[in-house]
Design a protein around this ligand. Structure first.
Ligand code: AMP
Length: 143
């Protein structure tokens, strides 16, 4: 299975925010959409990806006693973003996410953001594939 298959099933929407948004707003957007990361983008609808901000960055900012109302997303985001491609396999992506200790992977095609997969999407895809394989093996064995 490829990342393109996951995106076709879950959709292509990627939530984003501007670099000057306060962390308090980031928290509100994460909670509102029930997600764990936002792409940090320029004004041109994420044609220019500046970075990524996740729950973990908010947690670090809290631990460093930074104020959520006055600290901006651009100050705590990760700028060196690891990305995937729609043609990447789920197995390879699992390795990339584990090695880099990240749970969110933006997917780019021809340098354009076309979606985002989370570790949850990857686990679900693997689980569905194994369940299907198990089903076929059982029907083969039991007729
Ligand atoms: P996560 O496990 O995805 O919540 O992220 C853990 C840390 O890695 C945070 O500091 C994120 O900003 C960073 N991070 C998450 N996803 C990526 C990514 N695709 N590329 C680079 N850094 C990331």
């Amino acid at each position: 299975m490829k990342l393109a298959d996951i995106l076709a099933h879950k959709g292509y929407k990627v939530h984003s925010i501007g670099p000057s948004a306060a962390l308090a707003e980031v928290v509100q957007v994460l909670v509102r959409h029930n997600i764990g990361s936002l792409m940090v983008c320029g004004e041109d609808d994420c044609k220019r990806m500046l970075g990524i901000i996740t729950e973990r960055d908010i947690l670090r900012a809290c631990a460093a006693r930074r104020h959520l109302e006055t600290t901006e997303a651009g100050e705590v985001m990760t700028t060196d973003v690891v990305t995937g491609s729609p043609s990447d396999s789920v197995e390879d992506t699992m390795g990339v996410m584990t090695e880099n200790r990240i749970r969110h992977l933006p997917v780019l095609e021809n340098d354009e953001l076309v979606g985002l997969v989370s570790i949850g999407d990857i686990v679900k895809a693997q689980h569905d594939a194994l369940t299907m394989e198990n089903h076929y093996l059982k029907s083969y064995l039991h007729g």
